[in-house]
Design a protein around this ligand. Structure first.
Ligand SMILES: Cc1cc2nc3c(=O)[nH]c(=O)nc-3n(C[C@H](O)[C@H](O)[C@H](O)COP(=O)(O)OP(=O)(O)OC[C@H]3O[C@@H](n4cnc5c(N)ncnc54)[C@H](O)[C@@H]3O)c2cc1C
Length: 324
């Protein structure tokens, strides 16, 4: 919660420096089968989220399915499903946020080296040498946040990388505009039934509903992963996952993309130094739920690296959890 709250403030501060809205206050729907009738990974996800909201003093509404269908007509919520609504939830525009962070860092004097590949990190007692295809950099402190490639640059060997598919479908914006609809985390009875549904923000480059299923069954390698999605895959996804569950979405798939999740074995964050050097910190991707915390995690890491007070990162160290 401290990271969620601080990130919320930081997105708003960062927005003031540029022209693009970064955070849209849509509210968030959480839908899952009634307790006891779902995959154990999800459990009673609505009840658990309500508990977190209560402890954090955040608004959280329980909706009965009929009320939820009236209020959010894009969702064909079943009578057997539990529904929660978090009014403070929202959408962060990921690409604009990354661009804005880079620009803000440069304005404050940071040097950025894009299109540069790190080939290795040599640790030393006084710091580390970052080796790249365009020369070496010496530093007292290094923070590695390489997403799916983290294992190749650190001793975090047990991270699991999975291939994920993202789809954008044409939709009726009277229903799906982000000012009239929430985002939804929709768990099903099986893991394979999960659907992330994102309403369409006004500054989204593609004015289409973004839909994200999840799979954790098959691991992959970022170097060799198949980045294509066939027309057949898109059709099957629409028939099985979209048409039965959403209103106002057509079968015209306007874009699709493969991306990667990188997760620890217990799905929690991983933020810790290398076993053989206190000077190199590794930050896991915490995929599927990490981006919204990234502004505050980045701030805390920068403060830690420069010896300033920061939010507590201790709970994410490896000795509190399973090994990497
Ligand atoms: C389908 C999908 C949906 C998601 N949905 C959500 C969501 O709804 N909410 C949420 O909060 N999060 C979500 N996430 C997770 C979020 O995208 C990640 O948590 C976040 O992007 C992780 O950031 P990162 O900086 O750790 O890694 P990344 O974003 O993967 O960035 C790693 C960077 O390191 C660079 N890199 C790697 N190796 C090298 C090297 N050797 N040299 C130089 N550069 C290198 C890569 O090029 C890349 O730019 C989702 C992710 C996916 C894939």
């Amino acid at each position: 919660m401290p990271f969620a709250r601080r990130s919320h403030e930081l997105w708003r501060e960062l927005e003031l420096e540029g022209d693009e809205p970064l955070l849209h206050d849509t509210g968030g729907l959480i839908i899952c089968p009634a307790a006891g009738d779902t995959d154990e990974r999800w459990g009673d996800f609505v009840g658990a989220t309500e508990g977190v909201a209560q402890r954090a003093d955040l608004d959280f509404e329980r909706l009965d399915p009929a009320m939820a269908r009236r209020r959010f007509p894009g969702f064909r919520i079943g009578d057997h499903e539990a529904v929660g609504f978090e009014p403070a939830g929202g959408l962060v525009m990921a690409e604009f946020a990354v661009t804005a962070h880079l620009a803000a860092a440069r304005r404050r004097g940071a040097a950025t080296h894009v299109n540069t590949t790190v080939t290795g990190i040599d640790t030393a007692s006084s710091g580390a040498i970052v080796r790249t295809d365009r020369g070496d950099h010496r530093a007292r402190r290094v923070v590695v946040c390489a997403g799916p490639w983290t294992a190749s640059l650190s001793d975090a060997r047990r991270l699991r990388v999975t291939r994920q598919e993202v789809y954008w479908f044409e939709a009726d914006l009277d229903i799906w505009h982000s000012e009239r609809n929430a985002f939804a985390i929709w768990a099903g009875a099986e893991m394979a039934d999960y659907l992330g549904v994102f309403a369409v923000p006004p500054n989204a480059p593609l004015q289409a509903v973004k839909l994200v299923p999840e799979q954790f069954a098959i691991a992959t390698d970022p170097a060799t992963v198949d980045r294509t999605i066939s027309d057949n895959d898109a059709e099957r996804f629409f028939e099985t996952m979209v048409a039965p569950r959403l209103n106002g979405v057509t079968n015209r798939c306007v874009n699709r993309s493969v991306c990667l999740y990188t997760n620890t074995t217990d799905d929690h964050f991983l933020i810790d130094t290398l076993l053989d050097s206190e000077n190199v910190t590794v930050v896991s991707a915490c995929s599927g739920h990490g981006f919204k915390h990234s502004a505050a995690i980045g701030e805390a890491l920068a403060q830690q690296a420069t010896g300033l007070d920061h939010l507590d990162l201790e709970p994410f160290r490896r000795n509190h959890r399973q090994p990497w």
